[in-house]
Design a protein around this ligand. Structure first.
Ligand code: SF4
Length: 226
C-alpha cells in the first residue's frame, strides 16, 4: 500500500515507481517522468504557498462540516477512503482521496473538490486537470454530481465573502476521459520503469503550455536530459 509516508513538505513527495496519484496523473508526461527520477527541494516561498493552501482548504472543509451539522437533512463526509485502481498485469496502481461527499435530499449526491489559487480572477472555466481529477473520483460514483470550488489564496476581507470563491457545478462522469487517462498512466508507467524519456508533452500541446511556467525540471527538459 502507498499513500502513507508520502511527503509533500520540504521536498517533493517520496515516490515509488508504479504508484501514481489522481491529483497528478494528468500532468505533462515528461514532468511526471522526472518527478519519479529526481527529487525537488522546494524553496521557502513554495513551502509557504503549500501551507497557506492547506490551511484554507481545511478551513473551508471545516466550515462545510459545521453547516452540515446544523442542517441534519444533509450528510457530509470529509475523511474518505482511498479510491484505488490496481493493475497487476501492467505493474501500476493509482490512488486518490476526494475531498468531500455530500448526500443531500432526494438522493442528490455530490462530490466536491476544493482548489486554492492565487489567480481566482483569471479562472473563468474549470481547469482541465481538475476536471480529470474529479472525473477519476466520479468513476467510483458515476451517478453523483461533481463540483469544483476554487478558493482565493489571498482572500479579500472575510473568507466568507462569495467573491473569494468560484464554483463550477454539474460535472458528470465521462467514461471516455477516464479510459484515456488510465491509458496515459499505463504508458507513462512503462516509460518511467524502462527509462524512456517521454516527449515534452506540455511544450507540444498549446493547452498545456502553462505547466512549463511552474515546472521545476525546465532545464533538464530543455537539454533533453534523461
Ligand atoms: S518544461 Fe514543460 S514540457 Fe518540459 S517537463 Fe516541464 S512541463 Fe513538461
Amino acid at each position: 500500500m502507498i499513500g502513507e509516508g508520502a511527503k509533500t513538505y520540504g521536498t517533493s513527495r517520496d515516490r515509488i515507481k508504479g504508484v501514481y496519484y489522481a491529483s497528478e496523473m494528468y500532468e505533462c508526461e515528461r514532468k511526471l517522468y522526472y518527478a519519479y527520477n529526481y527529487k525537488v527541494e522546494h524553496d521557502f516561498e513554495t513551502k509557504k504557498n503549500f501551507e497557506i493552501g492547506n490551511s484554507l482548504h481545511n478551513l473551508v472543509q471545516g466550515s462545510l462540516m459545521l453547516y452540515a451539522k446544523n442542517n441534519p437533512e444533509i450528510k457530509l463526509f470529509n475523511e474518505l477512503e482511498d479510491l484505488k485502481i490496481i493493475d497487476d498485469e501492467n505493474g501500476y496502481e493509482i490512488h486518490g482521496r476526494l475531498d468531500t461527499i455530500i448526500y443531500g435530499e432526494n438522493e442528490s449526491n455530490h462530490i466536491i473538490e476544493f482548489k486554492t489559487t492565487g489567480s481566482l480572477n483569471r479562472i473563468n472555466n474549470p481547469v482541465n486537470h481538475h476536471i480529470e481529477q474529479i472525473n477519476y473520483y466520479l468513476h467510483f460514483f458515476p451517478k453523483y454530481e461533481g463540483h469544483l470550488i476554487y478558493i482565493n489564496k489571498k482572500p479579500k476581507g472575510s473568507l466568507k465573502k462569495y467573491e473569494n470563491f468560484k464554483e463550477f457545478r454539474g460535472i458528470t462522469y465521462n467514461d471516455a476521459m477516464f479510459k484515456a487517462d488510465i491509458e496515459k498512466v499505463k504508458n507513462v508507467n512503462y516509460k518511467i520503469k524502462n527509462n524512456i524519456l517521454p516527449e515534452p508533452e506540455a511544450k507540444l500541446k498549446k493547452e498545456k503550455n502553462w505547466e512549463c511556467w511552474y515546472c521545476p525540471f525546465r532545464q533538464k527538459c530543455d537539454n533533453n536530459e534523461n
